[in-house]
Design a protein around this ligand. Structure first.
Ligand code: AP5
Length: 220
């Protein structure tokens, strides 16, 4: 299953991608996570990406496209992958098509997480992430048992720099200006599957599982 999870920031793509990855043994490839790791390690890529990310802009296409192309070549992608946060521009989508074609593969489906802007702002402003294991929480919607402490590993929870109010609004603007056109791009190619991402996490999980199951049925 070669899948893309598409949608605005905070729609729940990462939350659901990690479930699908766990349940189906597919690698969860989040360009945001890869870039944040590069920033934390101050690699050449991270140094270039940091200012774009902190301001809520997109990192230039050429940097991101080459990371993904290399990642998809790895052995763990042989049976499929879940791409989360990539592609984010038409140029990235075309580059992904070309990369997959070069590998004799193609996408099976693009799950489009639909949610309105008010929910995006509420979700992102309440998101907390474990510094040690990366587990994702929300102070109201998916709270940890002890505030500020990860249920899984006891690590400290923190708020992402780009989840502060001003940057969230900029990320939404960037989404509408540069990413939203991908909905039509994939709908025209018959790949788009709508997901009502405004529901509670367990209901979204069921919808996602059913959609992925239906795509698998088509593949057989
Ligand atoms: P990235 O990390 O990809 O951020 P994003 O797309 O903005 O996505 P998020 O991680 O914010 O949201 P999500 O949809 O995964 O939601 P989540 O599941 O966490 O990108 C960050 C930056 O990196 C970009 O701004 C850019 O600079 C750069 N970048 C990355 N990819 C790039 C690319 N391809 N090209 C160029 N630049 C790139 O959920 C959010 C919160 O809501 C959590 O707290 C969660 O617990 C909660 N939640 C989840 N589901 C629900 C629900 N159903 N109900 C209630 N709460 C929920």
């Amino acid at each position: 299953m070669n899948l893309v999870f598409l949608g605005p920031p905070g729609a729940g793509k990462g939350t659901q991608a990690s479930k699908v990855s766990e349940n189906r043994g597919l690698p969860h490839i989040s360009t945001g996570d890869i870039l944040r790791e590069a920033v934390a390690e101050e690699t050449p890529l991270g140094v270039k990406a940091k200012a774009f990310m902190d301001s809520g802009s997109l990192v230039p296409d050429d940097l991101v496209v080459s990371i993904v192309a290399e990642r998809l070549e790895r052995a763990d992608c042989a049976d499929g992958f879940v791409l989360d946060g990539f592609p984010r521009t038409i140029a990235q989508a075309e580059a992904l098509d070309a990369t997959l074609e070069g590998m004799g593969r193609s996408l099976d489906g693009v799950l489009y997480f639909k949610v309105d802007d008010d929910q995006v702002v509420r979700r992102l402003s309440g998101r907390r992430i474990c510094r040690d294991c990366g587990e994702n929480y929300h102070v109201d919607f998916m709270p940890p048992q002890t505030p500020g402490v990860c249920d899984k590993c006891g690590g400290e929870l923190y708020q992402r720099e780009d989840d502060k109010a001003g940057t969230v609004r900029e990320r939404l603007k960037v989404y509408y200006a540069q990413t939203a056109d991908l909905v039509d791009y994939y709908r025209e190619r018959g790949l788009l599957v709508d997901v009502d991402a405004s529901l509670v996490p367990s209901a979204v999980r069921e919808e996602v599982a059913a959609s992925v199951g239906a795509l698998e049925g088509k593949e057989d």
